[in-house]
Design a binder for this molecule. Structure first.
Ligand code: NAD
Ligand code: MLT
Length: 318
């Protein structure tokens, strides 16, 4: 049976294409960015649905406050870890996301960061801006012939493999669900994790943050890696143990890291701040999905799902 969504609260910076499409289908949209938790808990009962990206947390408290009126939470993005799924289920709230809409953008940022680490693009740029000409200091290494380990061979992991193969990298990977044949089609040699650690020159993680992947890169696993391994995280903060990574950078075990996502966003802890400020770290503020193309795609996808829930179709009304 259609859910009848009439009033939607948009809490994060979602492309206007979403608002336009919803309005075109007779859905009333209120756009309120950076809404504090206490205000959100008061407001939520006035809406049938909310749309978020990753900034707004749809906690058990918010869902309890919306109980009886809130029917849907739409996530304009892939990960739903900012939404309390158990509480949503308890209150019969449907949770929708847009997996795939931003995969290419997240993949491209990952590939760019791998190249940035190999050639010291970020610190060399900074040195020029500071008036230096440090050609020796920033001599890098080729990606050609190096081994890239991809942990998590879903949508983004496989796209990264396809692109980095073109750079002449050997791609190895691990995923408990993806089959060896699926991996091979993307140019990836599947190996058990224990075989991956000592082989990888670069390790990039593309898993969800779940108990099995929390601290996948840890003091213990870093110890099994090559001296000078480089790591990249454009997936979720917490997949890499930030303290372990900082120590590995300080000891030289890890020669560089590129990080887009953090245990806490924006970073507040001393460890995360020290990591961001480490000279061998390239840090971006959760920009994986931040392209005009991805934002339009996820905005349209989330709106289309709302419209479909109402029992109407975008095809016949445009
Ligand atoms: P996906 O679901 O397509 O792929 C995830 C893969 O991880 C799956 O194949 C799954 O089997 C695998 N996996 C699960 N547990 C694992 C484990 N223990 N070890 C190895 N692999 C494991 O997801 P996706 O769309 O490719 O997204 C990957 C990650 O990137 C997610 O965390 C997502 O939230 C994040 N993401 C971040 C940004 C960003 O802005 N930085 C943008 C998009 C997605
Ligand atoms: C996602 O899970 O899709 C990402 O974190 C991107 C985002 O919402 O900005």
């Amino acid at each position: 049976m259609p859910l009848k969504i009439r009033n939607v609260l948009v809490c994060d910076a979602v492309d206007n294409a979403c608002v336009e499409l919803l309005k075109k289908h007779g859905i009333n949209v209120v756009y309120k960015l950076k809404i504090p938790l206490d205000e959100l808990t008061k407001e939520v009962k006035n809406f049938d649905a909310v749309i978020v990206r990753s900034d707004t947390k749809i906690t058990a408290e918010v869902l309890a406050a919306g109980a009886g009126s809130l029917k849907v939470v739409g996530r304009a993005g892939a990960g739903v870890d900012n939404i309390d799924i158990a509480a949503a289920t308890k209150h019969n709230v449907v949770v929708l996301n847009t997996p795939g809409g931003n995969s290419i953008s997240a993949c491209e940022l990952t590939c760019i960061l791998i190249g940035t680490l190999a050639r010291f693009v970020a610190p060399a740029t900074q040195s020029m801006k500071e008036g230096r000409w440090d050609r020796k200091l920033y001599s890098g290494s080729e990606l050609y012939g190096k081994t890239l380990a991809i942990l998590g061979l879903g949508r983004i992991g496989r796209e990264v493999a396809i692109r980095m193969t073109a750079w002449g990298m050997r791609i190895i990977g691990y995923d408990p669900i993806t089959t060896a044949a699926e991996a091979k089609a993307a140019g990836i040699e599947m190996l058990p994790l224990e075989e991956i650690w000592p082989l990888a020159d670069y390790i990039t993680v593309h898993t969800p943050l779940i108990p099995a992947t929390r601290n996948l890169i840890s003091t213990e696993t870093l110890a099994k890696c090559k001296q000078g391994v480089r790591v990249i995280n454009v997936a979720r903060g917490g997949i890499i143990d930030e303290k372990a990574l900082l120590e590995a950078l300080q000891s030289g075990k890890c020669a560089g890291a590129a990080i887009d996502v953090y245990i806490e966003e924006p970073p507040k802890s001393e460890v995360t701040k020290a990591l961001v400020n480490h000279p061998k770290v390239v840090a971006t503020p959760h920009l994986g999905a931040s392209t005009s193309e991805a934002q339009v795609r996820v905005a349209v996808e989330v709106a289309e799902q709302f419209i479909a829930l109402n029992g109407t179709s975008t095809e016949y009304t445009s």
